[in-house]
Design a protein around this ligand. Structure first.
Ligand SMILES: [Zn+2]
Ligand SMILES: [Zn+2]
Length: 405
């Protein structure tokens, strides 16, 4: 097989990898560049891949399929730019989360044929077989892929870690005899720029959140991504332990509606409620009633929203009006639970100014160096190809001449 990294080799995000055999061309991820990377460019850059995008040139050998590892924009963000006849393979829940984001951000519906992948269930396309393996990451339903053809095996990690609630999946990959002595490992290295970094387990986030909630007399606001379901679980567990209720907004509720009911949600949990932020105005409610109407009965009573001081509220920058006008803030604190770099964004700086007490509580969605070492040792690849990193040469330092940049 031939591996072509169209984008993402020496930067974080914007992944687009092609794997081809004599008969087939498949693409792994169609990521948009992260805003930090794109900041210097005047417009969005679409990689030059024949037959893939609406703007691409045609060849005699079209793309057979696209496999998407997870729903972060730096892996799926170009989905509206691809040709409409190419089948897309991805996780069912990942697609549902993406679809809610798409609706709330007014993006067009995806018209490509979508096939849902299942953990360890191979998909064969002519002479290539792709087997998805669930893997731990900061979004729900993230996959890595084993690609086999012509007696050769390539493994692509996607984004991964081994310190979240889904770590059992990463461990299952490391102990799977079928994945030992792989030919080529395409592996992410987001955290390689921080030599000493040791990732804090998601369980510890929950423990620390318990302490914060116990030491706070008023409401606890949490600034986090609505797609980071593991973080929401960690925060919910802490809320439950400290006898607080969890409040999510209508956007987060729509995401949770499509996910398994064992996850905290306002529909089957009696200590989780939802509210409609003013930021999602009446206009949106009138234009897209299906995103709002079914959920009205799970709303917290207005009086309780205004007066309770025992709530944990998942919040975003756009909801500043709620903080100032509709929810009690005396004795309250804000848990900042996102990547620290976002603090430099204008909207976040402005938002944080409204809180007397801001407490940082976060862990990375990506593997630290010791996890990377364990993973590579377990799969024992012949060749290592780093991707999704600003420091690919660190892989050479760690693993020597097996590494091919
Ligand atoms: Zn990524
Ligand atoms: Zn990711």
């Amino acid at each position: 097989m031939r591996v072509t990294i169209h984008r993402g080799q020496n930067q974080i995000g914007g992944n687009c990898i092609e794997i081809s055999s004599s008969q087939v061309r498949i693409i792994l991820d169609i990521g948009d560049e992260l805003p930090e990377i794109n900041a210097d460019k005047s417009e969005r850059v679409i990689p030059d891949v024949p037959d893939l995008f609406l703007s691409s040139l045609d060849t005699e050998k079209p793309i057979d399929a696209i496999f998407i590892s997870h729903m972060h924009g730096d892996h799926i963000g170009l989905i509206n730019e691809i040709r409409k006849d190419i089948p897309v393979y991805m996780g069912k829940y990942a697609f549902r989360i993406w679809d809610v984001i798409r609706e709330f951000t007014n993006q067009p519906k995806t018209h490509n044929p979508i096939h849902y992948v299942l953990n360890e269930k191979p998909v064969t396309i002519k002479d290539i077989t792709v087997t998805p393996f669930l893997i731990d990451h900061s979004v729900f339903d993230a996959y890595s892929f084993l690609i086999e053809s012509e007696g050769e095996r390539i493994f692509y990690t996607g984004d991964f870690r081994c310190h979240g609630f889904a770590k059992k999946y990463t461990i299952a990959i490391q102990t799977n005899p079928l994945l030992k002595d792989i030919d080529t490992l395409l592996i992410e290295g987001t955290n390689l720029y921080k030599d000493e970094y040791i990732a804090k387990p998601e369980y510890d986030i929950s423990k620390d959140a318990v302490d914060i909630m116990n030491n706070t007399s008023g409401n606890v606001f949490v600034l986090q991504s609505s797609a980071n379901i593991a973080r929401m679980q960690a925060i919910y567990n802490a809320a439950k332990q400290t006898k607080r209720i969890l409040l999510v907004d209508i956007f987060t509720a729509n995401i949770l509606y499509g996910l398994p009911r064992i996850l905290p949600n306002p529909f089957t949990f009696d200590d989780v409620f939802l509210f409609f932020p003013m930021a999602l105005t009446e206009k949106a409610i009138n234009e897209k009633p299906h995103l709002f109407k079914p959920f009205g009965k799970f709303k917290i009573a207005t009086e309780e929203l205004h007066n309770r001081r025992d709530m944990v509220i998942l919040i975003r920058e756009s909801m500043i009006y709620e903080v100032l006008k509709r929810i009690k803030t005396d004795g309250a604190c804000l848990i900042y639970s996102k990547w620290n770099g976002h603090k430099e964004e204008y909207k976040t700086t402005q938002f944080l100014k409204n809180f007397e007490e801001v407490i940082d509580l976060h862990t990375s969605g990506h593997a630290d160096i010791s996890t990377i070492k364990e993973f590579v040792t377990a799969l024992n690849p012949n060749t290592i190809i780093p991707i999704h990193t600003t420091r690919p040469e660190k892989y050479i330092e760690l693993f020597g001449e097996k590494v091919k940049i």
